[in-house]
Design a protein around this ligand. Structure first.
Ligand SMILES: [Zn+2]
Length: 225
């Protein structure tokens, strides 16, 4: 009796060890979900048009030193799932904005100190947490953006998700994006068709890590919350 219990325990421990090895075959450390990662290191198929790295934005100034989409690892992985899902329908994502260091939020506020357009750096923007993403849909074959209600950072009521005086195909495109994002756990912002927050976004702290301090290859447990 005693022996069979030991045998059982032994078999259990061995099976557990085998299972761990199978599920982690190369011994890779799983990504810390709060680590800041470059979306290119998670899914290079996601297209980038990082507007604040160009003067093509509502303040007409280049504010980001690099055109990079940096997100918390858990959020980047969520986004990668959306991309894979859309690809099965010939569509893809094009990202306009991701993580924004707090120092850049201050610079933006200096240019436009109006909380109708810019989040006050005293409280921070959702983008300062690395859990928010601004994006649209593209046709994977042509790379062209699908028609949406407005351009990026249009502050009119036409940008609101409840605005429906739009052509049928535009409403459909907005809905396709929203459905794909919601399915992966993202939360849509009511006033901006392009803005989504990752699940549990409130739990990620506001950060001020500059872009050049964030690796373009996956990080393992190197960024604390
Ligand atoms: Zn946004």
């Amino acid at each position: 009796m005693q022996l069979s219990r030991i045998q059982f325990l032994f078999t259990f421990v061995i099976s557990l060890m085998i299972s761990l090895v199978i599920h982690n075959p190369i011994g890779a450390t799983p990504l810390n979900p709060t680590a800041m990662v470059d979306i290119r290191s998670i899914n290079p198929n996601i297209a980038l048009d990082i507007r604040y790295a160009t003067p093509n934005n509502f303040v007409k100034q280049k504010l980001y030193p690099e055109a990079r989409c940096i997100l918390r690892a858990a959020v980047a992985q969520q986004l990668s799932k959306v991309q894979s899902d859309l690809e099965t329908r010939g569509l893809g994502l094009k990202v306009y904005d991701c993580y924004r260091p707090l120092a850049i939020q201050r610079a933006l506020w200096k240019i436009k100190p109006d909380d109708r357009f810019v989040a006050n750096p005293k409280y921070g923007s959702r983008h300062n947490r690395g859990a928010a993403v601004d994006l649209t849909l593209i046709d994977r074959k042509t790379g062209k953006e699908l028609p949406m209600p407005t351009g990026f950072d249009d502050f009119s009521e036409r940008a609101s998700r409840s605005y429906n005086a739009l052509p049928q195909n535009v409403r459909q495109n907005r809905q396709t994006l929203e459905d794909a994002m919601v399915k992966a756990g993202f939360i849509p912002l009511a006033t901006e068709w392009w803005h989504f927050d990752g699940k549990g976004w409130q739990n990620y702290a506001i950060r001020d890590i500059p872009f050049n301090a964030i690796s373009s290859t996956p990080l393992n447990n190197s960024t604390p919350k």
